[in-house]
Design a binder for this molecule. Structure first.
Ligand code: 6PG
Length: 244
């Protein structure tokens, strides 16, 4: 399916639209099956989305049944959960610590461990929730993603080994330019989701976003996000959409 692009006024509007799309996907999934399985994105953009989601839970009309929701992380920095750069810490401070979700429904990447050990443990956790059928990939109901100024997404950075991973679900990925390991979902896992939601804001991303959405294919990692049987939705603010 061609990507859907929704342009909103600014970052607050993007955060509201992101939180509403999360809840819409949750209700849709929970009306069709027992659970809603979602992967949260990292970085700075989703923080306000998560805060709005936490606020929404105070409204009975918007409250979600968190006991039926499983939260995963699409990627993580190679740091302990208490570190300022931890995606888990960001999600915990803005959402998890404010909602009544069973702890066993929050699937943290144990990024304090060796990166390869953390990646294989996380794949095992995924296989527990999605017992693999031969040749089948797990189907997340929703995977949230961001885009970096270099066109990376999750921790799939330009020029890194994980870009070409076709069998693993989760890998450790060495990012030379950051001189660090990252733990990340792979493209096949991302592309088997029922919905992939990109949230992108800010003028500093407008040039790359134009090239990602309207430029030559196969240049940026983000361009390899193409759900095989799912929806691809970009919610972007006017500053990021400036050149489209
Ligand atoms: C991470 C993210 C990464 C992020 C982009 C955008 O761990 O950093 O998963 O892919 O989504 O770098 O980050 P910002 O939202 O901070 O611009």
């Amino acid at each position: 399916m061609p990507p859907e692009i929704k342009v909103v006024e600014n970052l607050p509007a993007l955060s509201r639209a992101g939180a509403d799309e999360f809840s819409r996907c949750a209700r849709e999934a929970l009306s069709a099956h027992e659970r809603f399985v979602v992967a949260l994105s990292g970085g700075s953009t989703p923080k306000a989305v998560f805060s709005l989601l936490a606020d929404d839970q105070k409204d009975p009309a918007k409250c979600l049944p968190w006991e039926r929701i499983h939260l995963f992380f699409g990627d993580e920095r190679h740091v302990p959960p208490t570190d300022k750069d931890s995606n888990y810490r960001m999600a915990d401070e803005s959402l998890l610590s404010k909602i009544s979700i069973p702890p066993q429904n929050v699937h943290r990447i144990r990024a304090e461990l060796d990166a390869n050990v953390a990646a294989s443990q996380y794949e095992t956790a995924l296989r527990d929730l999605f017992p693999p059928k031969p040749g089948e990939w797990p189907r997340f109901d929703l995977i949230m993603l961001g885009m970096g100024p270099d066109g990376h997404t999750a921790s799939l950075f330009p020029g890194t080994a994980a870009l070409n991973e076709n069998s693993r679900w989760v890998v450790a990925n060495w990012v030379e330019k950051l001189k660090t390991w990252r733990i990340t979902f792979t493209f096949p896992l991302i592309n088997h989701a029922a919905e992939v939601l990109f949230l992108v804001a800010g003028d500093d991303k407008s040039q790359v976003l134009k090239e990602v959405l309207q430029g030559k294919p196969g240049v940026y990692p983000c361009q390899r996000v193409q759900p095989v049987n799912g929806r691809l939705l970009w919610i972007i603010d006017k500053a990021a959409a400036r050149l489209l």
